[in-house]
Design a protein around this ligand. Structure first.
Ligand code: ADP
Ligand code: MG
Length: 624
């Protein structure tokens, strides 16, 4: 080994560049963040060959003082923090003073800048030599241009890791998209090999913001998303943005943007909270889509945990997790057919929503309780009609006693509330969002007519969700009602199943069953949940038992109680091929409007679909 010596600045920077500069996209990220930190309102990017040949970024920010120009390229040189305490509440995106030094050590870099009060612009250029920058006069309006040429020209080993031009450009483009979503007040333009890829004007109003989201995430996303805006008053946390409907889920987690105080991050706490919030409504293996902004006191989050600052650390991660989970969970639960309907109204292929959607969640979040205001016009008028206002708890109990819709109307108790037999709502001339049933198709689908046109409902899937939500509710409140069997039923089971039934006697009781063990391999069933009593009790109990065995010890059963209830709900839901009368079908439609998460069945598949008159006209080429 040779003697110890200090590394040359160039080598030290090249080593540091290993952390920060991985590919053209990471250069773009650092340089764009500098422009934003400099207060730019307009940023233009010109890129050649995926960024490897050239990246030129010009901003109209405050610029750099002539004498500071060489310093900007040195390591540990920053204008953004001075003392350690500043780190506690960093407001800027950068603060490490490393980016320009690192980038200039592995490329040919020119930095040109002019401040408002300077007579002319100045320029420094480096070729990764000894980092000795030469200062020269230049022509440039107020602001800064950074030109990065021939990335990794002097570090061939790193150059080998670069992918194709197309791939590098895709990464770079993704960086721009994230930053463009983080700052609606800044205009961005990106050209690749002379071709304009993005031209994003400043977006102040909500419509303009939605237009930007649409042009970055696709118009289908914004057409299938709800706007949210919720503030937790006690902690000062605010969450706003756009949340995709569960039916707009994706096979990849590629449409998930989460910003913390304007910084795009990937964080385990956040991902977990979001996944949990969608857990009950997403088809297995699908990923939700969202563009969300969390704002909180900067001192509650540590951004200095990763060189590229992709990760953050929340000082109170539990609080953040709960807030995110509860807000999104509620938002998703409150999505009603009418929300989906409204997004459909804006028309297929339209990138600009015709009218701004109001936030579904208004800014009320006090002492752990939230109040949400439904977003849609339809539901506003709907709630004034008799259905919603007159649906007291007693009625839902009565309804719970009824297994299928076929049994609904002989029962007097519910008829004045869910009076499916009436043709139109007499008080208001409003047609309810899901409309009125006109027929049943092959015992599987309900066809209904609403203001937009035709609604097709998967009868079993929709009813399954309704029964499931009701069961979850009753289970939580411990008010699942049970009913004795006329003749107790004896059931031959395995010894394991009998053991399980014995151990889980209390869970069974809460679920509405009364079971007893009669022998090594025999159970006797005395009571079953009212809502399921019309089904096949034997198969039901076997299914519940086998679920319980899969989930294992008691702790985990409690964790999987929703899956268990879903199994049970499936038994309680109307079967295909059951003939329903029009009033029964209308009652189901009205229930869908009232039920949480009714747009998806328990497995995350859609329960209904709308065909508008325009869709139908297109089908028949009417008016063309
Ligand atoms: P950091 O952003 O962490 O401070 P950088 O190496 O990225 O470190 O930049 C060094 C300094 O150069 C910044 O602190 C800032 O003062 C200045 N700077 C860089 N880019 C710009 C720009 N586009 N406009 C104005 N100042 C800039
Ligand atoms: Mg920086």
């Amino acid at each position: 080994m040779s003697r110890i010596h200090l590394l040359s600045p160039r080598l030290a920077n090249q080593i540091a560049a290993g952390e920060v500069v991985e590919r053209p996209a990471s250069v773009i990220k650092e340089i764009l963040e500098n422009s934003l930190d400099a207060g730019a309102t307009k940023i233009d990017l010109d890129v050649e060959q995926g960024g490897v040949k050239l990246m030129r970024i010009r901003d109209n920010g405050e610029g750099i003082d002539r004498d500071d120009l060489p310093l900007a390229l040195s390591r540990h040189a920053t204008s953004k923090i001075t003392v350690l305490e500043d780190l506690e509440a960093v407001g800027s995106l950068g603060f490490r003073g490393e980016a320009l030094a690192s980038i200039s050590s592995v490329s040919r870099l020119t930095l040109t800048s002019r401040q408002a009060d300077q007579e002319s612009a100045w320029q420094v250029h480096t070729e990764g030599r000894d980092m000795e920058a030469q200062l020269e006069p230049a022509a440039h309006p107020q602001g800064t241009t950074v030109e990065v040429k021939d990335l990794f020209f002097n570090t061939p080993a790193r150059r080998k890791f670069l992918k194709t031009e197309k791939t590098e450009f895709r990464h770079l483009d993704e960086v721009l998209k994230r930053l463009a979503l983080s700052r609606f007040d800044v205009a961005f333009q990106l050209s690749h090999n002379g071709k304009v890829i993005h031209q994003l004007r400043q977006a102040q109003s909500e419509i303009e913001q939605e237009r930007r989201v649409a042009s970055i995430c696709g118009s289908a996303f914004i057409d299938n998303a709800l706007k949210a805006d919720v503030i937790a008053e006690a902690s000062g946390l605010r969450l706003w943005g756009w949340v995709g409907l569960p039916t707009f889920s994706r096979s990849q987690a590629d449409l998930q943007y989460f910003f913390v105080n304007g910084r795009m991050i990937r964080d385990k706490v956040v991902t977990h909270a979001v996944r949990q919030a969608y857990a009950d409504v997403l088809y297995h293996g699908r990923h939700p889509a969202y563009v969300l902004y969390l704002e909180l006191d900067p001192s509650l989050v540590d951004v200095n945990v990763h060189p590229t600052k992709h990760e953050v650390r929340f000082r109170e991660s539990r609080l953040v997790h709960d807030f995110l989970f509860r807000t999104l969970h509620r938002l998703i639960a409150d999505m009603r057919p009418q929300d989906q309907m409204q997004t459909l109204e804006s028309g297929v292929g339209e990138s600009v929503p015709q009218q701004p959607r109001k936030p579904i969640a208004e800014q009320n979040y006090e002492q752990g309780r939230m109040t949400f205001r439904p977003a849609t016009r339809m539901s506003d008028s709907y709630s004034s009609s008799s259905y919603r206002s007159e649906a007291p708890a007693a009625v839902s109990q009565i309804r719970e006693q009824i297994s299928g819709y076929a049994a609904l109307h002989p029962d007097g108790g519910s008829s004045d509330v869910v009076d499916g037999s009436r043709g139109r709502d007499q008080e208001s001339d409003q047609c309810p969002p899901m409309g009125y049933a006109i027929a049943q198709l092959h015992g599987v689908y309900i066809l209904a007519e609403n203001e937009q046109g035709l609604v097709v409902v998967d009868m079993h899937a929709a009813h399954e969700r309704i029964v499931y939500e009701r069961m979850k509710h009753s289970y939580e409140e411990d008010v699942v009602r049970s009913q004795p069997l006329l003749v107790p039923m004896s059931l031959a089971v395995s010894q394991r199943e009998a053991d399980c039934a014995e151990e889980q006697a209390d869970t069974f009781r809460r679920l509405g069953f009364e079971l007893a063990r009669m022998g090594e391999e025999t159970l006797v069933v005395r009571q079953v949940p009212v809502s399921l009593s019309k089904g096949n009790v034997e198969i039901l109990i076997r299914d519940v038992l086998s679920d319980m065995l899969v989930y294992g010890e008691s702790k985990r059963i409690e964790q999987h109680i929703n899956e268990l209830l879903a199994t049970m709900a499936c038994h309680g839901a109307v079967r295909a091929n059951r003939q329903l009368t029009l009033p029964e079908m209308n009652a189901l439609l009205r229930d869908m409007e009232q039920t949480e998460r009714s747009g998806q069945c328990n497995h995350g598949r859609p329960t209904w679909s709308q065909m508008s008159m325009a869709d139908l006209d297109k089908l028949f080429m009417r008016g063309q």
